[in-house]
Design a protein. Structure first.
Length: 141
């Protein structure tokens, strides 16, 4: 994905990733709590995303409504967003990014255990013969 999405489009994509295929009305209802939008605005955002090939649409089973589906996987977008934040805000320091994240929202015990398993996996990969050093400490591709 070469293009970075504006916040409103990103929120629509996040809604489709979480909820699966939705009509414009359903997207508007899901976003209502934190980003109230007019129906026409949601349709405009979905049309922009469709023109960028981020979403596809099919005729719904009832009435005139289209059902929109995400065409791109979230992981690629997540990596691009975090890479951008890492570079622009944290000067490439993955440790500073993670520390700031955990100062903002402390991890649960289960999340800490997942992180410990991830660190163990990363250590094992680094110690493998022929392992290449990463370009920046802590950044996963």
């Amino acid at each position: 994905m070469a293009e970075q999405l504006p916040d409103a489009e990103l929120e629509v994509m996040a809604c489709l990733w979480r909820q699966g295929p939705l009509t414009a009305r359903q997207v508007r209802e899901k976003l209502q709590a934190h980003r109230p939008l007019a129906h026409a605005s949601v349709c405009t955002l979905l049309n922009r995303l469709e023109s960028k090939n981020f979403v596809g649409r099919e005729k719904g089973p009832v009435g005139k409504a289209f059902v929109y589906t995400a065409r791109v996987k979230p992981a690629q977008t997540y990596r691009q967003l975090l890479g951008s934040i890492l570079d622009r805000v944290f000067a490439g320091s993955g440790v500073a990014l993670v520390a700031s994240l955990f100062e903002t929202k402390a991890p649960t015990l289960a999340e800490i255990e997942e992180l410990e398993a991830l660190l163990k996996e990363l250590r094992a990969k680094k110690s493998e013969p022929g392992a290449k050093p990463s370009k920046r400490g802590g950044r996963r591709k």
